[in-house]
Design a protein around this ligand. Structure first.
Ligand code: BG6
Length: 458
């Protein structure tokens, strides 16, 4: 166990939900196995249902991050010792008494304050009441033994549109300061996404050509082969624009195009630059057909709503109104039930009239790496030109290197209090501002195109 961290209790609201089971609990198990959690650590899951630990863990692939996917009995027994479940309805104030009692008993026994991390793995619609109850009940503050820090971790989307995001920010700030709020964007915690700033800042050959003199187009895509995987209620109320574009894709766009801060380890400087570039970003135009909106053909049947108009695919174009990026189209694209999983940033190096494009691809997943297409002469007597790919792959380069899962990174950073990889409130607001014209338009004209499952989308 790591001695450098203060005692911490992580409370996961919605522990029996999809996200906790698929991502959060496996990440915690893996961190425990690798001795990376604080020496004094407790994990409390809250659930509306009457659920025992055994029942919950039976339905969770706790060891999915292990190479052989098998749990180690010693680690599993340790996990059982630090893990508790409390029955609690997150919108019922009275139920929080049990959580309060749990903290008190724990802190009295250990004679120390624990830092409290509240992980809201619950539908965004109930963030607001939960945050209020946490604030008003004093759960986020008091400890008899001195001072423990409290932080909340929230999943995206933060808000449902521009106005609800602003309201939520206002309500949250009543109880939590900005440095206590960790708005998760697990894409930023992916190893390849973190590499973007290093790649841009530490390779002089790219540093000076990262602008519209050399770059003619940027395409950022998060394409998935899976559908909505049993998350019908959540997904149908959200759709692809809110689920992926407002958060993951705009964040990837920001780190791809922002100025590199003098210190890339400074969370404040990173947020400043991200906010700056987002404030200069606009939809290129908004009319019928400029934003492609699709739904895979079996979606309505899958969720049992024959009239659902929720999009599972979206493709749009942005421009950044700065000297550096003027006239460079930025395409954002995401979709479900497509032919392949492919999350990548593709940057075209060429002049406007060039037929030949050096395509630089930052492969976020799968097969993490970076490649560039070059033109080379084919061996032989004639001058035949072909493309060849120069490829850096994580797997081949860092053979046995430890490669933390994005959620492991999210949890460790929140324990440490490092906000570099989380979205700030101004980034959230600006992202909604960029997309709000689309949401407005879709209210009047949803323009949904159905596409075949397993295809390339509409
Ligand atoms: C989540 C979205 O944030 O990211 C999901 O809510 C999506 O709809 C998931 O499937 C994709 O994450 P990853 O890490 O598998 O690309």
């Amino acid at each position: 166990m790591s001695k450098e961290f203060e005692p911490t209790v992580i409370t996961i609201f919605g522990v029996s939900g999809d996200l906790a089971g698929r991502k959060v609990l496996p990440a915690l198990y893996h961190l425990l196995k690798d001795g990376l959690l604080p020496e004094k650590i407790k994990i409390v899951g809250t659930s509306r249902k009457d659920l025992s630990k055994d029942q919950l863990l039976k339905n969770v692939e706790l060891c999915v991050l292990e190479t052989d996917k098998v749990c180690d009995p010693v680690v599993l027994s340790k996990f059982n010792k630090i893990f508790e479940i409390i029955k609690l309805d997150p919108v019922n104030e009275k139920d929080y008494i049990q959580l309060k009692n749990y903290f008190e008993i724990l802190e009295n026994k250990e004679n120390v304050c624990f830092n409290r991390l509240f992980y809201l793995s619950i539908p965004p619609q109930i963030y607001s009441p939960v945050i209020r109850i946490l604030g008003e009940s004093g759960l986020s503050k008091k400890c008899h033994h001195g001072f423990g820090k409290s932080r909340i971790l929230v999943e995206k989307p933060f808000g449902y549109d521009l106005s609800s995001a602003k309201t939520l920010i206002k309500k949250t700030s009543k109880y939590f300061k900005e440095e206590q709020i960790f708005r998760i964007d697990h894409y930023l915690a992916k190893e390849t996404a973190q590499n973007i700033l290093v790649f841009r800042g530490h390779n002089p050959i790219f540093r000076d050509i990262w602008n519209n003199n050399s770059i003619s187009r940027i395409h950022i895509k998060a394409l998935e082969s899976i559908g909505i995987e049993g998350r019908a209620n959540f997904y149908d109320s959200v759709g692809a624009l809110r689920d992926i574009v407002q958060s993951h894709l705009l964040q990837l766009m920001a780190i791809t195009t922002m100025d590199i801060p003098e210190d890339i380890n400074s969370s404040d400087l990173i947020h400043q630059q991200k906010s700056r570039i987002l404030s200069k970003t606009e939809l290129s135009k908004i009319n019928r057909g400029s934003v492609i909106r699709g739904q895979y053909k079996t979606y309505r049947k899958e969720i049992g709503k024959p009239k659902s108009n929720t999009e599972t695919y979206v493709r749009l174009m942005l421009n950044i109104k700065t000297k550096q990026w003027m006239n460079v189209p930025i395409i954002l694209e995401t979709g479900k039930a497509l032919v392949n999983k492919n999350t990548a940033i593709v940057i075209d190096f060429s002049n406007y009239n060039d037929q030949q494009i050096n395509e630089l691809t930052i492969r976020i997943q799968p097969d993490e790496g970076i490649d560039i297409k070059l033109f080379v002469k084919k061996p032989g007597f004639d001058n035949v030109i072909e493309t060849a790919i120069m490829d850096f792959s994580y797997q081949n380069t860092f053979d046995h290197h430890y490669h933390p899962d994005a959620y492991e990174r999210v949890i460790i950073d929140a324990i440490k209090g490092d906000q570099s990889l989380f979205s700030s409130n101004s980034e959230v607001v600006r992202s909604w501002q960029i997309l709000q014209p689309i949401l407005n338009r879709w209210k009047k004209d949803n323009n949904l195109i159905l596409y075949e499952n397993g295809s390339n989308g509409p």
